[in-house]
Design a protein around this ligand. Sequence first.
Ligand SMILES: *[C@@H]1O[C@H](CO)[C@@H](O)[C@H](O)[C@H]1NC(C)=O
Ligand SMILES: *[C@@H]1O[C@H](CO)[C@@H](O)[C@H](O)[C@H]1NC(C)=O
Ligand SMILES: *[C@@H]1O[C@H](CO)[C@@H](O)[C@H](O)[C@H]1NC(C)=O
Ligand SMILES: *[C@@H]1O[C@H](CO)[C@@H](O)[C@H](O)[C@H]1NC(C)=O
Ligand SMILES: *[C@@H]1O[C@H](CO)[C@@H](O)[C@H](O)[C@H]1NC(C)=O
Ligand SMILES: *[C@@H]1O[C@H](CO)[C@@H](O)[C@H](O)[C@H]1NC(C)=O
Length: 478
Amino acid sequence: MRPSVMVVFTLLSCTCAETPAVQVILTNKCLQYVKHVGAGLIQDKLKQITFPDISGKVDIIIGNVYYTLTGTTVTKCDFPEPAVEFSQEYSGLKTSVEGLSVALAGNWETRFGIIHDSGSFEMAIYSINLTSAVQLGRDPNGQLSVSSVGCGALVGDVDVWFHGGASAVFRPLVKHFKGRIIDLIESKICPEVQDVIIGLESYLQAMNVSTNVNEVLSVDLPLTDLPNVDASNLKMGLKGEFYSIKTHKEPPFVAQPFTLPGQTNYMLSVGMSEFTLNSAAYGYFSAGQLQALINDSMIPPECPIHLNTSAMGMFIPQLPKMFPNLLMLLQVYATESPMFSLQPGVAELGLQLSLKAYAIEPNGTQTPLFKLNLVSQFSGKMWIADEKLKGSVTMDNFTLTLVSSEVGPFKTDALENALKMGIKVVALPKLNKLLAGGINLPRLRCGQLVNLVLNIEKGFLDISSDLEVQQTGRSANL
Ligand SMILES: *[C@@H]1O[C@H](CO)[C@@H](O)[C@H](O)[C@H]1NC(C)=O
Ligand SMILES: *[C@@H]1O[C@H](CO)[C@@H](O)[C@H](O)[C@H]1NC(C)=O
Ligand SMILES: *[C@@H]1O[C@H](CO)[C@@H](O)[C@H](O)[C@H]1NC(C)=O
Ligand SMILES: *[C@@H]1O[C@H](CO)[C@@H](O)[C@H](O)[C@H]1NC(C)=O
Ligand SMILES: *[C@@H]1O[C@H](CO)[C@@H](O)[C@H](O)[C@H]1NC(C)=O
Ligand SMILES: *[C@@H]1O[C@H](CO)[C@@H](O)[C@H](O)[C@H]1NC(C)=O
């Protein structure tokens, strides 16, 4: 292949195939649950439908009868549970309902020349069979899109009863026009279905593929590719990248592909790669959030060592001689973005920090004393219990090196050991106590994730869960 052709191919493959850092699999169990909840909602909604007035005319050879149907409402609705399945053929969903029956009631008015007449009516529409196919796609913004790709409606039978006025006259007409009434109803159903799908599509379009998580971070979740539908599930790949709202800087690392196995006995599986976690850490880092000033009033009173030059004489003998009895200030900041590395069963976190120490002169001037580099590695386990995220963290490694000193050289071993002890004996037990108590999982807007399981795999977190939709005035638990 000529080099220029290869360049073109490389560019093409870079622009089209973005690696999804978050993968979502919705299983058939999820589809059936959502359908069950949805069917209940539709049944409730159908009963509340109000119909617009319908006007028309019927040619009865000797002239036209103009009619208007007003105040039509649904009096009874028999909505059998629909069948919904994933469809590889349509790259979406296929829905069918068989034997839907609806009873309506309302008022009628007719005008034939100067003759006005009115009364009430009842209508029964029997055995409606409805099929609808919806295609799932990806719009240019990366938002999930839905479009109707097939609809069919068949009405088994219709009957109409008129009361009041000269209704006896209409009875034979109903028989005569039954075919046309059925055609009319059939022709109205699919456009209605289409409208519902268009409504759903505009709802999806209004949602943002990028949202702010807090004051510092935003997250981008557009689809990286078309949704992948087969007979048993729907798979979606999402960008899954956090950014600093302030800098919106791309991190110096990229997402690595991974394979989410998916669990058919759960409604959904979510795979979140270590890239997603690292992009969040990078967002904080590039926004300058990973830094802190530590002064003596932040050191717990029970701590034997305080942040002053006399106490530090234990580690740096010349310090109290050069700067007697001064309070100190520490400036701690990350020199590199913290990096997570996920291994089967374990999450590792590497931290690289710098620490600058200052003495606070009586007139308030901060005199620099020394600068240290800290490299440490932590590893942790994570699991979900009692619907909470729990975990435990241990420190694997901690090294301290002296970068520069305004007070002359000193050995860092004693200081390193003291800090290590401080972390192991004070900081980590506090953190682990917090993690053992568990962190509440985020709640969804309309429901809750239940039966959650979390596994740490090589390069990604594998989360499987069921869904429980909460509806007001309606229990929809499976
Ligand atoms: C609806 O479907 C059922 C079952 O397949 C069938 O028996 C019935 O004839 C269908 N009704 C119409 C109006 O096509
Ligand atoms: C989407 O983002 C725009 C601007 O960022 C905001 O005005 C709008 O409310 C957001 N829409 C939703 C549904 O969050
Ligand atoms: C330490 O810092 C905190 C917060 O920045 C501040 O409120 C406090 O006054 C400081 N204490 C001393 C002794 O400087
Ligand atoms: C320095 O800290 C020690 C305890 O570590 C304390 O006894 C002493 O009073 C402190 N000195 C000053 C000036 O704060
Ligand atoms: C503050 O005090 C230090 C040491 O006593 C001195 O070197 C420095 O010049 C003083 N700074 C100011 C602004 O007075
Ligand atoms: C700890 O860090 C030192 C220096 O970076 C390295 O030589 C050592 O292998 C590390 N130990 C572990 C257990 O990672």
